[in-house]
Design a protein around this ligand. Structure first.
Ligand code: ADP
Ligand code: MG
Length: 253
């Protein structure tokens, strides 16, 4: 299996505070990795380093075999021009806790606008593809609805449709269900499960341990900026080796 995402020795501090202290992460093509860990352990920062929303202080990130944000020449890393980084980011989709939909655009508009902006499709082609993407998340009949008319679960499904429509190589999820009322969590997880089954490479920061157990190929427990333990869910979630992992799971389960 080839590594679709390869994170090596990534360090990141904000001012004097180290947030990532040498993180390694390998995600095989077509696999799902769930990242779990306490609040403040660096999970969001790790995702943001993968798509170069944060610049790493040390280490490197590769997606699809290419360095993200840099090119290597003469043994040194040189940051890439913004337009190249934008092109790389098109291959690294992200879904946030807070949906981040454009409020003044319909569901269809949200997805189509992104396709026009990122993939340079014509308005007509973008609309066709956007409708198909909304159909895939069960929202074709809400294509003309504005976000405020949709439930949180529906809004998050639009955000997922928007990310998937771009056809990224990988999709990163940062606590996609944490802002939702409990009864809306299931519909979003179901859509994510479909995507996983379809072979999309996914990294999912989540507190939904049941989802991780059922869907993840690999689970990573991050604590205090370090990977404490990683492996198949049956090991990390059901028979953790590290005391810190056990303590965390006892608290969230
Ligand atoms: P998690 O997602 O696991 O809750 P984060 O990656 O969001 O953790 O944050 C880890 C730590 O880094 C926290 O202490 C947070 O306050 C700090 N942090 C995150 N982003 C910034 C930033 N842009 N500036 C300063 N500190 C930050
Ligand atoms: Mg976070």
């Amino acid at each position: 299996m080839t590594a679709m995402i390869d994170v090596r020795g990534v360090r990141k501090s904000f001012g004097p505070v180290p947030v990532l202290r040498g993180v390694d992460l390998t995600v095989a093509e077509g696999s799902v990795t769930c990242v779990i860990g306490p609040s403040g352990s660096g999970k969001s920062t790790l995702l943001r380093c993968i798509n170069h929303l944060e610049k790493v202080d040390a280490g490197r990130v590769q997606v699809g075999g290419s360095l993200v944000g840099y090119r290597e020449a003469g043994g040194k890393l040189h940051e890439l021009p913004d337009r190249i980084i934008a092109r790389q980011r098109a291959e690294i989709g992200m879904v946030f806790q807070g949906f981040h939909l454009f409020p003044h655009m319909t569901a269809l508009g949200n997805v189509a606008e992104t396709l026009v902006g990122v993939r340079r499709l014509s308005t007509k082609d973008a609309s066709v593809r956007a409708l198909a993407a909304l159909r895939d998340v069960g929202l074709a009949e809400h294509a003309d609805s504005y976000p405020r008319r949709l439930s949180g679960g529906q809004q998050q499904r639009v955000a997922i449709a928007r990310a998937v429509a771009v056809e990224p190589k990988v999709l990163l999820f940062d606590e996609p269900t944490s802002a939702l009322d409990p009864q809306l969590v299931g519909e979003v997880l179901a859509v994510m499960k479909d995507l996983a089954r379809g072979g999309l490479t996914m990294v999912v920061v989540t507190h939904e341990i049941g989802f991780a157990r059922e869907v993840a190929d690999s689970v990573v427990f991050l604590d205090d900026g370090l990977v404490v333990e990683s492996g198949p869910p049956a090991e990390v979630l059901l028979a953790p080796r590290e005391a810190r992992t056990r303590e965390f799971l006892d608290r969230v389960l």
